[in-house]
Design a protein around this ligand. Structure first.
Ligand code: IFM
Length: 447
């Protein structure tokens, strides 16, 4: 067999991404803990409960798994509600808990990337109006200053806010995240306030640590006109793309934030990006639909021929990852793929999904797009928000009761890629034989 392989640049970061609320457990002072207690909020009345027991120290065994699998980076988040359970009161034990995590990563030569806000907030913050009022900017800044002072010596890569667009959609449009609102105008205000809070965090981190490299993780979803020859579909797809995907990106680039009814100057946000995180999972076909004002008159659906994940949540479209990176590289920022993955308990789709998305990533690297790492979502199955434990994104399967982790085949596949810093034809052949021929065309796989 020809020993063909797609090789990544030296020093490329390979890891997984996690979020505090989804893996730690016992997150008592957060808005999500309260939300989970309300009937009907989470599928099957599931709760995060002990999650993956990182709070009890199981992060150590998970970091050991990561290092054994050849990962050299890991993205995790710190929990604001744990660090500041009451306004202005800092919890020393919580800060110590995160210091211990970062030290454990350093001992294993794993580069940490720390997210400061991943979908959860302290309950007290939300009771004061949360991100709806401009006061959120100083409150977030104060929290970030504290984290930078306490943890800044242990981390360089900082992600201010995870997927602000997905958060705003879930919490203020679809109403499936706390505070469960359905208000487009408020959604835009929250998006703007978070953007300003991001900028304040950017400067706070740089003031505390000149070596800090600060970005955010942008959820980028593909939006494609369902009927490309039908202008209203193209209009609806473009609107969704501009407002959902590009709002923050354009604002940080230009210093102007575009809202539905106007555009707002945000000069303080301009340039607050040392790197851009791309979270890419899937793409939609968008059809114009007057009955969907909340979704900007676009009805989103997967194409009939799409390969869908276990619960139909994700359609595999690796070309969308390439396209996202292509569009983003025009801004000139270094990039990481900060999330990508698929819910798939039986691991029947994940090997091909992973291989095809990594090939798309490799193509982007070959085009000299400045992508410096990839973080798979996720290391171990974890609490998937309003879908509870019904969706399994882990390279390792989790038995929530016993906390036993079992590697899926994809854990091995990903480990081979991380260790080699490359995807070989032989690896593709072993994990996704039907795909290998198209990934490595010609006769090289024969014999
Ligand atoms: O689990 C989430 C994560 O918290 C944010 N990005 C998408 C993931 C999978 O749905």
């Amino acid at each position: 067999m020809v020993r063909a392989q797609f090789t990544f640049p030296r020093g490329f970061l390979w890891g997984t991404a996690t979020a505090a609320h989804q893996v730690e457990g016992g997150n008592a002072a957060s808005d999500w803990k309260a939300w989970e207690r309300e009937p009907g909020r989470v599928l099957g009345a599931h709760t995060s409960s002990r999650a993956c027991e990182w709070l009890q120290g199981r992060y150590i065994e998970d970091f050991d798994r990561a290092v054994a699998d050849g990962h050299n980076a890991l993205r995790l988040s710190v929990e604001w509600a744990r660090i500041e359970p009451e306004p202005g009161r800092w919890d020393a034990a919580a800060l110590q808990f995160y210091r211990a995590q970062l030290l454990a990563l350093r001992e294993r030569n794993i580069t940490p990337m720390v997210t400061l806000c991943h979908f959860t907030q302290p309950l007290w913050f939300m009771e004061r109006g949360g991100w709806e009022t401009p006061a959120c900017i100083q409150l977030f800044e104060r929290y970030v200053q504290k984290v930078a002072a306490e943890l800044g010596d242990l981390c360089t890569l900082w992600c201010t806010i995870n997927e602000p667009n997905a958060y705003v959609f879930a919490a203020y449009v679809a109403g499936v995240f706390p505070p469960g609102r359905h208000n487009l105008l408020l959604a835009q205000q929250v998006h703007l306030n978070q953007l300003r809070a991001h900028a304040a965090a950017y400067y706070a981190l740089h003031a505390a640590r000149p070596d800090a490299r600060v970005g955010w993780a942008q959820y980028l979803r593909g939006f494609v006109a369902a009927r490309p020859g039908f202008p209203p579909d193209r209009w609806a797809a473009n609107w969704q793309h501009q407002l959902f995907n590009m709002g923050w990106v354009n604002a940080v680039h230009s210093g102007r934030f575009r809202m539905l009814q106007r555009s707002v100057p945000v000069p303080e946000c301009r340039g607050t990006c040392d790197w851009l995180g791309v979270n890419y999972y899937t793409r939609d076909l968008v059809a114009f639909d007057l009955r969907r004002p909340f979704e900007l008159f676009g009805r989103r659906q997967y194409a009939p021929a799409d390969v869908l994940s276990e619960n139909g949540f994700i359609a595999s479209h690796p070309a969308g990852l390439f396209r996202a990176l292509e569009e983003m590289q025009a801004f000139g920022w270094p990039m990481f793929v900060t999330e990508n993955g698929v819910e798939d308990a039986p691991d029947s789709m994940r090997p091909a999904y992973l291989l095809e998305h990594l090939r798309a990533l490799w193509q982007a690297v070959c085009f000299n797009y400045p992508v410096h790492g990839y973080f798979h979502w996720s290391l171990v199955d974890n609490f998937e928000w309003e879908r509870g434990w019904t969706q399994r994104f882990g390279l390792y399967a989790l038995d929530v009761e016993t906390q036993v982790r079992t590697p899926r085949r994809s854990a091995q596949l990903y480990a081979e890629i991380c260790r080699a810093n490359a995807i070989s034809a032989e690896t593709a052949q072993r994990y996704a034989a039907p795909l290998a021929g198209s990934m490595f065309p010609g006769s090289m796989l024969a014999g």
